[in-house]
Design a protein around this ligand. Structure first.
Ligand SMILES: *Cc1c(COP(=O)(O)O)cnc(C)c1O
Length: 377
């Protein structure tokens, strides 16, 4: 194995470029000692609400707690069923369980990897309370049929937008379409903090106010508690860094989209299936996941050439240990299983150069792979 010279993700360069601005903001915070709440948190919440096109943003300490607290603020009844996709990060279902709900999994669309509305239709029961579409890899799930099913069955929609900052669905930004949405600012996300952070956005004033109380020990004012809550507040140091980075997010998104265009050109005729932007959707390429049955061979050839890749995710949720009790064996969700077995996340970050993209494509092309054969490549 050679030394890695094209990383999967470069987190160092943007922080080097922004370090004096971030350090100045942090120095001011050391002087004001306003570490909890305060101006930095309020300003970031206002800016991120505007970014998503939502009336309210409540800063949280992580995307996972944003999901859990949003579900609780939406008054998910104990044991209520919450339907989500089998091909996602476990945080989505952890939050459902932690909020007192019962996770129900459905398979994904073969081309986009997001929740398949037809499979959702079949999974809905009288106990379905909430639907959580995940905007996986940075592409919004197909929300119109999902919203229609939700209306039909009096269910509610919480968007898991942890990977989709700035993505759009028919012109509306991810996070502004469901009743509420959860974002993650984990460092590797398209907008990342310098540590853990997250947020809930919503147009519903009541959901926002309840979420804010729940994240702050159920307090309506200091030491007056409406309910038991959590300590899940957004940290002021993180808020300050996030406000600085948010100003660059649209430019970073355009760079990610340009990288995707170059990959698509460079991989034409290579045999691998490349991610597509579905009609009416703006993909923000948190990840660029190609697919091919020889995924493992591609991954090791790339690594031998100093190119790092990732797997998102190698095991779909229904086959993970905590969910064995669902009784869903291999073969239950063929599309999610195929994404897990054939999906390979190529290096993707703003600033990936044409030369680097060219080298990745060249290594794959040199493998002379048979066409993946899914019918969409
Ligand atoms: C990252 C992520 C989360 C969780 O966010 P954290 O900030 O890491 O807690 C939830 N859902 C999805 C789809 C994610 O990618």
């Amino acid at each position: 194995m050679s030394e890695v010279n094209i990383p999967f993700l470069d987190l160092k360069t943007p922080h080097r470029e922004l370090s004096s601005e971030i350090l100045a903001a942090w120095k001011a915070l050391l002087e004001s000692a306003e570490f909890i709440g305060g101006v930095q948190v309020a300003e970031f919440e206002k800016a991120f609400a505007a970014f998503t096109g939502c009336r309210h943003c409540v800063g949280m300490n992580s995307g996972t707690d944003a999901l859990r607290i949003a579900l609780e603020a939406m008054e998910l009844p104990r044991g209520g069923e919450v339907v989500t996709a089998a091909n996602t990060f476990i945080a989505t279902t952890e939050a459902i369980t932690q909020a007192g709900g019962t996770p129900v999994l459905v398979d994904v669309d073969p081309i986009t990897g997001t929740m398949d509305p037809e499979r959702l239709r079949r999974a809905i029961t009288p106990k379905t309370e909430v639907i959580v579409p995940v905007h996986l890899y940075g592409q919004p799930a197909d929300l119109n049929p999902i919203l229609e099913l939700a209306r039909e069955h009096k269910a509610r929609v919480l968007e898991d937008a942890a990977q989709a900052h700035g993505a759009e669905y028919h012109g509306a930004r991810a996070g502004s379409i469901g009743e509420a949405a959860a974002f993650s600012f984990y460092p590797g996300k398209n907008l990342g903090a310098c540590g853990d952070a997250g947020a809930i956005v919503t147009n519903d004033a009541k959901v926002a106010a309840t979420a804010r109380m729940l994240g702050d020990h159920g307090q309506s004012k200091k030491y007056h508690h409406e309910m038991e809550g959590y300590n899940a507040r957004l940290d002021a140091l993180q808020a300050a860094a996030l406000s600085i980075k948010l100003k660059h997010l649209d430019a970073w998104t355009e760079q990610r989209r340009a990288v995707a265009v170059r990959y698509r050109e460079g991989l034409q005729g290579s045999g691998v299936a490349v991610p597509l932007e579905a009609a009416g959707r703006k993909h923000v390429y948190h990840l660029f996941v190609i697919r091919h049955p020889k995924r493992d061979a591609i991954r090791s050839d790339l690594l031998e050439n100093g190119i790092q890749t990732g797997l998102h995710y190698p095991v779909p949720l229904h086959l993970q240990k905590p969910y064995r009790k669902m009784g869903l064996s291999r073969g239950s969700f063929p599309e999610s299983e195929r994404w897990a077995e054939h999906g390979l996340s190529l290096p993707m970050f703003p600033g990936l150069t044409d030369d680097q993209i060219g080298r990745v494509c060249e290594v794959i092309k040199n493998m002379r792979l048979e066409p993946a054969g899914y019918g969409d490549e």
